[in-house]
Write a protein that binds this ligand. Structure first.
Ligand code: SF4
Ligand code: MG
Length: 336
């Protein structure tokens, strides 16, 4: 396996300005010291509730927002060292698909114009060859070449997402960041688009960074999964380990909220206290301590590092909790 993307110690702080002179009064620590890698050909998902920093992470990788600090290496290149022009060229290899692709597209352009423009910007093919490529792309995403002269509003949400996929594919990328790409769709349409993404991955050797809040969707598409809470990674594992054997109390609560096929397998449900605190002034120590029923004084003071444990954790499975072992063994029980 080759590492296609590597993110190291990524921080994304957004200043909040206030007062009469608009001086900086604080930072929103939207992403706070996040590190992970994505292997070529895999799907790594990032899940978490809104505001956990998952979309911010995706945007920082593409430098849609300039990261505060950290390192991002893509295909061996240091992305943060590139100038604007070089970064634009890099977008040939690194595409993003949003929840509604047409939020970023001129509604007065036909699909043909949209695809042609994407290829033109990246110099993908000589003009005369683009027509064939566009027709092929439309077939690839299951829409058919006859739809090329239609406008965005003439398509359903699921079809629009297929156009977003065609647009991303038109430049022949290596990695696609899918930011809530199926979140707005009905469940049956979601499944179709997810199946399309999987098929394309196999056929075109694509790598996905898949950002979503819906664990059902993530379960369908991922090889590995990252769980984020308030700007930090709290758990990372193979899909199977994460779903069958979650270790972080937050992951356990997220999973207990989704329906399971076999209800007897539903174990140790954890009830959370309160709401997600503000990322402007996140809790000290473990950011989850204000809501965690296992929290101790140590949790309020010491930041837990991502780590593995001798106890029942598969290779590559890591959680950021001081008490993985004690919770697993039942030595610690939730105090409600
Ligand atoms: Fe809960 Fe403490 Fe573990 Fe954080 S470190 S998840 S507060 S037990
Ligand atoms: Mg988001």
């Amino acid at each position: 396996t080759t590492e296609l993307l590597k993110v190291s110690n990524l921080k994304q702080y957004f200043p909040i300005k206030g007062g009469i002179l608009g001086r900086k009064i604080n930072d929103v620590k939207a992403v706070d010291d996040v590190s992970f890698y994505v292997n070529a050909g895999e799907t790594l998902s990032i899940v978490g509730e809104s505001g956990c920093g998952k979309s911010t992470t995706g945007r920082a990788i593409l430098r849609l927002d300039e990261p505060t600090s950290g390192e991002i290496s893509f295909n061996g290149k240091d992305l943060l060292a590139l100038n604007k022009r070089e970064m634009r060229k890099m977008r040939k290899d690194l595409q993003i698909i949003f929840q509604d692709p047409y939020a970023s597209i001129n509604p007065r352009q036909t699909v043909r114009q949209v695809l042609n423009e994407a290829m033109e910007i990246q110099n993908v093919l000589p003009k005369e060859k683009r027509e064939d490529r566009m027709m092929e792309l439309m077939e690839t995403v299951g829409l058919g070449a006859h739809q090329l002269d239609r406008f965005p509003h003439e398509f359903s949400g699921g079809q629009r997402q297929r156009i977003g996929i065609a647009r991303a594919l038109s430049v022949d990328p290596k990695l696609i960041i899918c930011d809530e790409s199926v979140s707005a769709l009905d469940v049956s349409i979601q499944a179709q688009v997810l199946n399309l993404l999987k098929k394309l991955q196999r056929e075109l050797d694509l790598t996905y960074l898949f950002i979503a809040h819906d664990l059902g969707v993530v379960r369908h598409i991922s090889d590995r999964v990252i769980v984020m809470y308030l700007g930090k990674i709290v758990e990372i594992a193979d899909k199977k380990s994460l779903f069958d054997n979650p270790k972080h109390p937050y992951t356990k609560t997220l999973l207990s909220a989704i329906p399971v096929p076999d209800p007897t397998k539903k174990k140790d449900q954890i009830i959370l206290k309160g709401d997600v605190p503000s990322p402007i002034d996140p809790p000290t120590g473990c950011r989850f301590h204000t809501r965690c029923p296992f929290a101790t004084d140590k949790c309020k003071e010491e930041i837990p590092e991502l780590r593995t444990s001798e106890i029942n954790m598969a290779a590559g499975h890591q959680a950021a909790c001081h008490y993985i072992e004690e919770i697993e063994s039942g030595e610690m029980t939730p105090n409600y």
